[in-house]
Design a protein around this ligand. Structure first.
Ligand code: ZN
Length: 377
């Protein structure tokens, strides 16, 4: 037991692992298994599904943001936490040859119960444990934010914005992962990030945007929010934004719309404006905004090269989702949902693939650029 605890704390120290306080685990190499324990408040709903190399556990429990945990364990390669409509989805991805036993429940301390999942190591624990994570250089982590979702469809025209942004984000993830880059999505399905008990649309939107904006912090290197534009008078083309103020009424109207629209949009736009204003007096924030502008230019250039559409330029605007970023962060408007030609193009998978390739290429250019490393604090 002592040995197990020592092993676990060593791993935690190496990984700087931050798991939620309701999930713990311990490896038992001699007995050939690792035990994962959810300690949950009584009455928390749960559902488990063991299917081949993945164990899915859905919990009626709010988690603040998606996370990937790498326990460096012989049984489990990684654990992914994702917000889901019912609360939280936890997925265990098993190591090759490992197998999960049927989950069971134990009594817990006062007011809690324990949901236990034992995962057998490959070949009863005789196989070598996973290589120590320290030996691997850390891959850059890119956050991709598919705008809107759930009750908020975003712009609606020939396409629905929330579906287009998700599809493009998933494509960007696939491309970047093939290049060895880790990608965190703010959502990977049709939902928003507000807790299910919040019913008011504006309040949901506010919480949702705030959570996305806060996902720019931690161990991440770049943030890209993907959106679809809309205009009263027919317009087409691509524009990319970084955080700042604007004097252009159309840009301001766009920021208000993307910040939730109406009174909420006005309020969140003002908050983002004051952040942008404070950045003017802060050298580090200024440096980061300059980097964001470069990321915006790279992405725009790559997008125009792949689509041949109208280049509407790089601009700064008070988008709330960019507000907390201390890493290069941009918002891409990939086209207009209500333009008769562009709206129909956005409906085509091959066009969305080109957009995803353009966004990924811009990100790769910045990540591959030596000056990127120099900008890191
Ligand atoms: Zn949008």
């Amino acid at each position: 037991m002592m040995r197990g605890l020592f092993f676990l704390s060593l791993l935690l120290a190496v990984l700087g692992w931050a798991s939620p306080d309701w999930l713990r685990w311990g490896a038992h190499p001699d007995e050939g298994f690792t035990r994962f324990v959810f300690e949950l408040p009584l009455g928390t709903s749960y559902d488990t599904k063991v299917g081949g190399a993945v164990v899915r556990v859905s919990l009626g429990l709010e988690t603040s943001e998606p996370a990937t945990l790498r326990p460096g364990d012989a049984a489990v390669e990684r654990v992914e936490l994702t917000p889901a409509p019912e609360g939280t989805l936890v997925r265990f991805y098993l190591q090759p040859g490992a197998s999960a036993k049927k989950p069971f429940v134990l009594e817990g301390p006062e007011g809690r119960f324990r949901l236990v999942i034992d995962v057998l190591h490959p070949e009863g624990g005789k196989a070598a444990a996973a290589p120590p994570p320290k030996s691997k250089p850390k891959a850059p982590v890119v956050v991709v934010d598919p705008g809107h979702g759930g009750p908020d469809p975003g712009a609606v025209g020939y396409v629905k914005e929330k579906a287009i942004t998700l599809d493009i984000a998933l494509r960007v993830k696939k491309i970047l992962e093939s290049k060895g880059i880790e990608v965190v999505l703010t959502r990977d399905g049709d939902y928003d990030l507000a807790p299910s008990y919040v019913k008011d649309f504006d309040e949901r939107k506010r919480i949702d945007l705030d959570k996305r904006a806060k996902m720019t912090n931690g161990d991440r290197n770049l943030f890209v929010s993907v959106h679809v534009n809309s205009a009263e008078r027919p317009a087409r083309g691509i524009e990319v934004y970084y955080l700042g103020k604007t004097l252009d009424p159309r840009t301001l109207a766009l920021a208000v719309a993307e910040n939730g629209g109406g009174e909420l949009g006005q309020r969140l736009t003002q908050k983002a404006e004051s952040t942008a204003e404070a950045a003017l007096a802060d050298l580090i924030a200024q440096g980061n905004l300059q980097f964001s502008a470069r990321l915006a230019n790279e992405i725009l250039e790559q997008l125009i090269a792949r689509t041949g559409t109208i280049n509407r330029g790089v601009h700064s605007a008070p988008f709330y989702v960019l507000r907390y970023a201390r890493i290069p962060a941009v918002l891409v408007e990939v086209g207009f949902a209500n333009h008769p030609t562009e709206g129909r193009l956005l409906a085509r998978p091959d066009y969305r693939q080109r957009l995803a390739e353009g966004i990924a290429a811009g990100i790769l250019k910045i990540l591959g650029n030596g000056s990127y490393a120099a900008s890191q604090r």
